[in-house]
Design a protein around this ligand. Structure first.
Ligand SMILES: [Zn+2]
Length: 116
């Protein structure tokens, strides 16, 4: 029985893993990692081409993945989650080094000056 393929390709997952240094973007652990969607795939989202592109994906551990669901306000603030109609390329993401970055569809992580 074939499972429906709705997630990112292995190539995209490898790009995201390299971009994020093989560590959870929230806590920095290298264990129990998974790929997290910033804009989730609900409501037909899987049909949008960017949903499985690198800028919508983060490497996170399973603990932080659950934390995002329990702490939506902080998660949106840090860019770990993105709320429609905002797009993942427009929202800065906080990394464990304390800096915030803009992500591009081709897997680049561009540092931004911290103004706070
Ligand atoms: Zn984590």
């Amino acid at each position: 029985m074939a499972r429906r393929r709705t997630g990112p390709t292995d190539v995209v997952k490898a790009i995201v893993y390299d971009r994020d240094g093989g560590a959870c973007v929230r806590c920095g652990t290298r264990e129990g990692l998974t790929v997290h969607h910033r804009v989730n795939r609900g409501m037909g989202g899987a049909r949008e081409p960017w949903i499985n592109q690198a800028h919508n994906l983060l490497i996170v551990c399973t603990v932080c993945n659950g934390w995002f669901e329990d702490n939506p306000r902080e998660s949106y603030e840090a860019g770990w989650k993105v709320r429609r109609p905002q797009l993942p390329g427009e929202v800065l993401v906080r990394y464990p080094d304390g800096r915030e970055y803009l992500l591009t569809p081709d897997g680049v992580r561009a540092p931004m000056a911290v103004t706070r």
